[in-house]
Design a protein around this ligand. Sequence first.
Ligand SMILES: Nc1nc(=O)c2c([nH]1)NC[C@@H]1CN(c3ccc(C(=O)N[C@@H](CCC(=O)O)C(=O)O)cc3)C=[N+]21
Length: 291
Amino acid sequence: MILLDGKKVSNDIKNEITEEVKKMKAKGEKVPHLAAIIVGNDGASLTYVASKVKACERVGFESTMIRMSNTTSEIELLDKIEELNNNPEIDGFIIQLPLPKQIDTQKVLMAVDPDKDVDGFHPMNFGKMALDMSTFIPATPFGILELLDRYNVETKGKHTVVIGRSHIVGRPMSILMGRKGFPGNSTVTITHSHTKNITQITSQADIIISALGVPNFLKAEMVKDDAVIIDVGITRVVDETSPKGYIITGDVDFENVSKKASFITPVPGGVGPMTIAMLLKNTLLARELRH
Ligand SMILES: Nc1nc(=O)c2c([nH]1)NC[C@@H]1CN(c3ccc(C(=O)N[C@@H](CCC(=O)O)C(=O)O)cc3)C=[N+]21
């Protein structure tokens, strides 16, 4: 079994980006500037945005975090987005999800200037992705592709089973794995809450990408020998004995599944850190696009 070490690879990527930023500075160019809007006080969301800001500092990007209250109206958020769209200092920005229920997420994501949409969530960018046009690929799927690429995991002709059809992971991932090129050229099955007999499907998979959010959902009996396992789940499970009061748990029963897998991502230290690295990569692309 080979561990797909997202922590290590994301560090390599951050070092590469740091070098790019140094070159930009040497040429007297403005460094990339990422902004993140966060609405409300969700603990996990605040942690993720804080790590994105920290990652910006680490590579030499500028960053701005914009906090808005839990009672923010849709109009107020749309106004803020318009401000960032028109601010020439900002190369790219994200709106941390999920949003409070008074706000229509789809409407908000459509308001982002597609050229600054470093999350790749605007329908224009999602469409471009599906049509193999160059665009921002959502950070989590992009991070998974990058991991498969850097470990040279064969995807051509393989059967990839994606668990979950979310707009930010499962759906784009299912499109990307079936695209031409590498990593891609897989035969893709997408499964969801209405899928019948999921074990019958997962046990035929050469590659499983689980983005469900149910701790320890994927058991050894559901996986064939030498499968490649990508765990996108990150659920905080209460644990009094750990310092933070919770532990981060993936969708995969790692202890048992890792014994059968050829490659597997750990949680934490797998897909999560890659997501952050690829957001930086998209921000660098956004900067180059505007240059
Ligand atoms: N507009 C938007 N864009 C996103 O990219 C986005 C989002 N909204 N909403 C929530 C999800 C989740 N997400 C994660 C990023 C990093 C880790 C990460 O670094 N995880 C660490 C553990 C972090 C911890 O200790 O909590 C790890 O897996 O090793 C996890 C999850 C980005 N998301």
